[in-house]
Design a binder for this molecule. Structure first.
Ligand SMILES: [Zn+2]
Length: 183
């Protein structure tokens, strides 16, 4: 019985020692594995990420502008009443260069914001709804709010045309107006 107990104690001691040794070995192994693997991953990440960036960067300007400008950045403002005007007295009254009070003077007809109106570019709007400089999109074409008018209020737009006939041809239309997201 005595020898058996002694043997048991010896066994336990041996087990504990071997366990401790195993633990030390394991820790040593983990440490030795962790350090070089870290170095390797760092090297890998440096060498493999650099070409990744250079591969991606030439693709970004060619792919994202198309999709983000046409899909993401345009925001619908809903339906607007879209009328048309030209520089004539009928359309602009005393602001027209053809108005009797202007003839013979050095008056230059400008928009209410001070720009020279251009067909295909200038529109008048209610500037409390769309301030000067706002770029709006009608039928896929960009116009800039540069003018205003007494009859142009709320959800209405007046497009500038060079001739009265062009303005008449436009008439009155109802269009969905878009603005760029960064209005
Ligand atoms: Zn006119």
């Amino acid at each position: 019985m005595k020898s058996c107990r002694e043997l048991l104690i010896k066994c336990r001691k041996a087990l504990l020692i071997s366990l401790a040794l195993n633990l030390v070995l394991l820790i040593a192994l983990i440490v030795s594995l962790a350090i070089p693997s870290k170095a390797v991953t760092e090297q890998n990440s440096q060498s493999s990420f650099v070409p990744d960036v250079t591969i991606q960067s030439p693709f970004i300007p060619t792919v994202t502008p198309c999709s983000s400008e046409t899909v993401v950045e345009y925001e619908s403002l809903g339906e607007f009443k879209v009328t048309a005007y030209c520089p004539c007295v009928k359309c602009c009254g005393i602001w027209s260069a053809d108005h009797p009070s202007r003839i013979g003077t050095d008056y230059i007809q400008k928009t209410a914001s001070g720009t020279i109106p251009k067909a295909g570019h200038t529109v008048a709007a209610d500037i409390s709804v769309l301030p000067y400089g706002t770029v709006i999109i009608i039928d896929g074409h960009e116009y800039t709010v540069e003018d205003r008018g007494g009859a142009v209020d709320g959800n209405s737009i007046d497009i500038f045309f060079e001739s009265h006939q062009d303005a008449l041809n436009w008439g009155v239309q109802y269009k969905t107006i878009y603005i760029k997201g960064d209005k």
